[in-house]
Write a protein that binds this ligand. Structure first.
Ligand code: EPZ
Length: 430
């Protein structure tokens, strides 16, 4: 079993480079299934959700070659439909983009029901609504989601989403790229990774307009061709290092970012007393005085991202006064709170509102990453206090953070990953 050991209590200083966006890489990787050609994708993050997705695509016949550490060639010329490996697909949420990609290419699809971080209920009703509007008949049973269409091809439609949903917006956009006729998605999500996937598809010959607004128009084309495309930087990874720098009263330059994507995060950090200096493709973070309490409400982009909620909570534990976080996206993204309370954090959860009595120094403790962003939040909290914290659940952090330990060490953090004998194996050998 692996653990991360963090000896905190000193400021992070130096420069950290952000990797490609996990949440942009996943839809783009699965969208390659639409393309009977080679696609070269650059700035791919080295995270386990991406590696799992490569294994899923290889399992259906894709040929995938690493050209460099972060550049990959994906050739889906000979992929087959409906044969993806159940045990692999169910390990992550992003695998559900295979539904839209298979439906767009073959007019049908059969994929295991998705997994992903446990935030309570994570429905896919809006995905199903979209596929049905595109002429699909959707059946979910036996752990699978199956789409069929009487004509053997998805056809364009007008779709109005009941909620702002990143996944369903992307899934329908992918399916509609090669369907017959025009599709209009209204109340579309506006996240940068949706724009990135639209730009990727357009570089393959798709005809998508309006991505980034809440109305996206897709004129279906018969065939897509190969491309060479670079993924945008990961705004949540960037935000996580910005918060780590602020929480440790450090001085850190975060490079390979698109400052516009960080506007809501930077604005909230500035309210908390953090100084953010903005450059073309970097931001610099420092804290000249005390951290201040503030209030956060998570919203769809361009609002404050829900994926930054746990990290912000760790920061506000270090800010004198009472802060509130209103989690408006997911009904149960609060499991990380119990871990911070082990460190002495004074946090209460009432419904979707987290209240934080900040300012009392946290203390090191044995901790657990309960999910991807909760995991990096406890690492950030451990960096703020004296003593050694041992953090398990490293695999959950590595789903979405490329070499977090290496990057933090590069900022002067006393942090390392250790491999401990598996207690069960020890007992068995006794
Ligand atoms: C994506 O999840 C991200 N995951 C999440 O990031 C992120 O938190 C989320 O978008 C919001 O930004 C990936 O990109 C792989 P949604 P997704 O569909 O697509 C409700 C991380 O840490 N909803 O935008 O599942 C849903 O319950 C992960 O990187 C429906 O009601 O999110 C939620 O309340 C965690 N019906 C809201 O919409 C549906 O059919 C937003 O969900 C779909 C969603």
């Amino acid at each position: 079993m692996e653990k991360i050991l963090v000896r905190g209590g000193h400021p992070l200083c130096g420069c950290v480079e952000v990797s490609g966006s996990k949440n942009a890489a996943l839809p783009i990787i699965y969208a390659c299934v639409l393309v009977r050609d080679k696609c070269i994708i650059e700035n791919v993050p080295c995270v386990s959700d991406v590696r799992h997705s490569f294994d899923i695509l290889r399992g259906i016949g894709a040929r995938i070659r690493n050209l460099t550490k972060t550049t990959v060639e994906i050739d889906c010329t000979d992929v087959e439909c409906g044969i993806s490996e159940y045990s692999l697909v169910r390990q992550l949420r992003g695998s559900y983009y295979l539904l839209g990609a298979e439906f767009g290419r073959f007019g049908r699809s059969r994929v295991a029901y998705p997994g992903g971080c446990d935030f309570g209920v994570r429905p896919i009703d809006q995905h199903i609504k979209g596929f049905e509007a595109l002429g699909g008949t959707v059946v979910t049973d036996g752990g699978y989601v199956e789409i069929t269409s009487p004509t053997g091809r998805a056809r364009g439609a007008n779709i109005y989403f009941d909620v702002s949903t990143v996944g369903a917006t992307l899934n329908v956009m992918i399916a509609a790229a090669t369907c017959e006729g025009m599709t209009v998605i209204e109340n579309a999500a506006r996240e940068p990774h949706i724009v990135d996937c639209a730009n990727f598809l357009n570089s393959c010959g798709a005809r998508i307009s309006g991505a980034g607004s809440n109305v996206i128009k897709i004129k279906g084309v018969d065939q897509l061709h190969g491309t060479n495309y670079a993924i945008i930087p990961d705004m949540i990874e960037a935000g996580s290092y910005m918060v780590a720098a602020a929480a440790t009263h450090g001085s850190v330059r975060v490079t390979n970012v698109i400052p516009k994507h960080l506007e809501s995060i930077a604005a909230k950090l500035e309210e908390a007393g953090v100084v953010i200096d903005e450059y073309d493709d970097a931001v610099h973070v420092s804290v000249p005085g005390e951290l201040r309490h503030t209030n956060v409400k998570t919203l769809p982009y361009p609002g404050f991202p829900t994926d930054m909620h746990p990290q912000m909570c760790a920061l506000l534990c270090c800010a004198k006064g009472t802060s509130f976080i209103n989690e408006s996206i997911f009904d149960n993204r609060f499991r990380y709170v119990e871990e911070l309370k082990r460190m002495g954090a004074k946090i209460k959860v009432d419904g979707r509102i987290v209240s934080i009595e900040g300012g009392t120094p946290l203390s090191a403790a044995p901790l657990m990453a309960v999910d991807l962003r909760g995991g990096i939040a406890v690492v950030i909290a451990a960096l703020t206090c004296e003593g050694v914290s041992e953090i398990t659940g490293v695999n959950l952090i590595e789903r979405g953070y490329d070499d977090a330990v290496g990057k933090l060490r590069g900022l002067g953090a006393d942090v390392k990953k250790v491999l401990l004998p598996d207690p069960d194996v020890k007992k068995a050998n006794a």
